[in-house]
Write a protein that binds this ligand. Structure first.
Ligand code: PMP
Length: 410
């Protein structure tokens, strides 16, 4: 007889043994005080600074975003009351969908309860409806994209990360008459690197492939009005379908798709992950709408984000602390060992009240375990200096290796 309890207990001890067990700490965000939060520690609550939040611009606590959500709750209550196609579509969803379509210069938009659901839904619909479709997928694509494609049983060919010439090779070898979808991200969250989007789009277009881009890590933070990396790099018109999330730059929650109206309507009509689930709460749509509008109106948050990220990177580099070479606002500090990475994070929290989450295999390859630091406009320069000197101190205590600081100046 199967002992289910023992079976799963064994599974957990296996991942605890090999450093893959995902830990978390219990925090409480404090309204108006991000990046400060309360850590519910075993010895009682204490204030910490969060360095690993996806609320990259602090919009989750922006007074106008908070007020928009409060007003919407007073008017509409807390939930949508139904799925999108059955009583759940609120006026605010429609306004939000128009806003994002306009932001990206596309015909139509559709919002989802999460960004994860967007990838699953859209790639699933493309895989199921396009006869004989072949996906061409970057090898480091996010799990939600991979699962969306796999669920369809459509053929999937993997191109080397950010490599347009490999994509060209694979597309050239494919039957010119079958439908093709090229799927990649604009910024990869683990290394913070940026895709060569114009080149990838040009290759895809030469082979008449549909271009699907996940801009989860760039919308709100890059491009004119926060329209993302494709807009920044001048190839937004080459992207057929763009997904974004409200859960990172916009500081709220939910995901979205923009693109040609018939394709977006097909997703609305065929995707189980859109159809068979509750609509996003109207208050969340109201908060997301305000956040999108604020970040369209002003570049301030974006400018500050990139200043802070630059400051963090240069201080780490001066201290000889190894970083994964990153071109974006994401700063991965390379530790290279799961246990030491956890120890570093534990010490930062216990001794310096700084919270940075270790990132381990399978999220990153073994031997490249890291702390992924997400600086934001609301981390003051003084907080940045405190954090870097805390990492510096623990780095020494753990005997971690340094790298030479880059030579700067003329
Ligand atoms: N795509 C990428 C590249 C992501 O990193 C994530 C979230 N980590 C998602 C999609 C899912 O977004 P959400 O959190 O809105 O579900």
């Amino acid at each position: 007889m199967v002992d289910y309890r023992a079976f799963f207990a064994e599974k957990i001890s296996e991942i605890k043994g090999n450093g893959q067990y995902r830990t978390f700490i219990e925090i409480e965000r404090l309204a108006g005080r991000f990046p400060t939060a309360l850590h519910h520690h075993k010895d009682g609550p204490r204030e910490i600074t969060v360095w690993c939040s996806n609320d990259h611009l602090g919009m989750g606590q922006h007074p106008e975003v908070v007020a928009a959500m409060q007003r919407s709750i007073e008017r509409s209550g807390v939930a949508a009351g139904g799925s999108r196609n059955i009583s759940g579509t609120n006026h605010t969803h429609v306004l939000l969908e128009r806003e994002i379509a306009e932001l990206h210069g596309k015909e139509a938009g559709l919002t989802f309860i999460t960004g994860y659901a967007v990838n699953d839904a859209v790639l699933g619909v493309l895989g199921k409806l396009l006869p004989g479709v072949v996906f061409f997928s970057d090898e480091l694509n996010h799990a939600s994209m991979i699962l969306g494609m796999r669920a369809t049983r459509a053929e999937r060919r993997i191109f080397r990360h950010n490599d347009p010439s490999h994509l060209e090779e694979l597309l050239s070898a494919a039957d010119p008459d079958v439908p093709k979808v090229v799927a990649f991200e604009s910024i990869y969250s683990m290394d913070g690197d940026i895709a060569p989007m114009p080149e990838l789009c040009a290759v895809a277009k030469r082979h008449n492939a549909l271009v699907y881009v996940d801009e989860a890590h760039s919308v709100g933070m890059y491009g004119p009005g926060g329209a993302g990396m494709a807009a920044q790099l001048g190839c937004a018109d080459q992207v057929d379908l763009l997904m974004g999330t409200f859960a990172k730059g916009y500081g709220t929650a939910g995901g979205y798709l923009v693109g040609d109206a018939p394709i977006v309507d097909a997703v609305r009509s065929f995707a189980p992950a859109f159809i068979f689930t509750l609509a996003m709460p109207p208050a969340l749509a109201a908060a997301a709408l305000t956040s999108v509008r604020k970040l369209r109106e002003s570049d301030n948050e974006r400018i500050l984000l990139h200043h802070r990220a630059q400051l963090v990177k240069s201080l780490f580099q001066e201290a000889g602390i190894p970083l994964v070479s990153t071109e974006s606002h994401i700063v991965p500090v390379l530790v290279g060992d799961a246990h030491l990475c956890k120890e570093l994070a534990d010490r930062l929290l216990e001794d310096h009240l700084c919270y940075a989450q270790p990132i381990n295999f399978p999220s990153v390859p073994r031997g490249t375990e890291r702390l992924r630091i997400n600086p934001s406009p609301v981390h003051s320069p003084a907080a940045v200096r405190h954090f870097v000197s805390a990492v510096d101190e623990v780095w020494d205590d753990l005997g971690l290796p340094r790298v030479p600081a880059p030579v700067t100046g003329s």
